[in-house]
Design a protein around this ligand. Sequence first.
Ligand code: SF4
Length: 383
Amino acid sequence: MNEDSPHLTLYVHIPFCVRKCPYCDFYSVPDTRIGEQQPYLHRILTELQYQRHWTQNDPRPLHAIFFGGGTPSLMHPNTIQTILSTIQTQWKLTRDCEITLEANPESCTPQKITAWMEAGINRISLGVQALNNERLKQLGRPHDRAEALQALHHLQTSGIQQINVDLIHSTPGQTWESWQQELSEAASWEVGHLSCYALTLEPDTPYHTRYTQGKLHLPEEEEALTLFVNTRKFLSTRGYPPYEVSNFAKPGQECRHNLNYWEYGDYLGIGASAHGKWTDSTGQIWRTANPADLHTYLHHPLPPPEPLPKDLAGIEWLLMGLRLTRGLRLNRYRDITGHDLLRNTHEIIQHRVADGLLALDDIYLRVTEQGFPLLNTLLSELI
Ligand code: SF4
C-alpha cells in the first residue's frame, strides 16, 4: 500500500425497519424482530474482529464509516456507540473521518441526535423521500411531512457537521412541476447534500406486483427522463452540482464513503447482506458477501472472501466510475487490470466522443450531461 492506494472505508448494515416500504429491496426485517438487536450487536462485534484479523497487515486508516440499512436510527444509541468504539480499537481513523448514520424522521429525536454525536457520528443521511403527505403515503413511509420537517429542524439546530436529505422522484402520477416544488423546498433548507433517486421497480417487491397487475402507474419513460435531466439542471442552478448520477452536493460536502465506492476504493462490509471489496498488498482484489438473512448471519459461519478476476474488476470499475460527473481516472484501469482501456475500446470511445456523449482528456474519461440519460447504453457498449 502506498499513497496512491485506494482509500479504505467501512460499512455497517443495520437490517431493522419500522415496516417494509413497498418499493424497497434492501435487506431489512420489521422491527418486531428488534429483540434480535442484542445478538445482532454481538455478531457485528465478532465480525469486526474477524475482518480486522483478515486484513491485519493493511496499514490504511479508515477514511469513512457508514451505518446504512435498514434504519440504523432505530437502534439504541448505545449500540451505535459500542460498534464505533470497537471499530476504533481495531483500526486507526483519519483525523477527519466521515462517520455517517442513516436516519428516518420518525426516529430522529433530539436525544438520539445528541447521543449519536457523542458517539462520534458527524454526518446524518435523513430519509425524507417526499415532501407531501399524499406521496409519502403512496410510498408507504412511516412518517409524514410534519415529522420530516421536525427531524430536519432537530438536525439543523444540533450542530452536526453534515446533513444529507434523500428524496425519490418518478413516483406514481408525479410530474416535473410537482417534483420541482419539492426540490425547490429541499434546496431552500441549505443542507450540504441531496440524494435524488429515481424510483425503480425491483423484482419481488409489492410495487412490482402491483405494476405487473396494472394497479400502479408510473411516469412514462420520457417523463421520467425529463425528471432526471431537469433535476440535474435545476439543482446545479441552486448551488448543488451533481457529482454522481443521483447525488448533489455543495462543494466539499460530497459523501466520502459513497465517493470511495464509485472511485473503486476499498470498503469492508459488516452485517447481514453487506458486501466488501479489499485489495491486498499484491494488488489482488477480494470480495466478501454476507448472507441477506438475519438467521443465517447470526448463526452460521460467514462465507470466506473470494478473489476477483482482473477482467471482472475492470468491468466493475467502469460501472462505478462512469457514474461520477468527473468520470474515471484512466490510469486506474491499467493499475487494476494490467491493460489499457483506450486501446481496448478505442473505436467506441472515439465514436461516442464525436457524438458528444463521452468526453476524454489525458486523465479522465467521463460521461457528458447529454450522455447521462443514456448511461446504461454507453456502459453496455464499453463492456
Ligand atoms: S425504511 Fe428504507 S430500508 Fe427500510 S424498508 Fe423503507 S426504504 Fe427500505
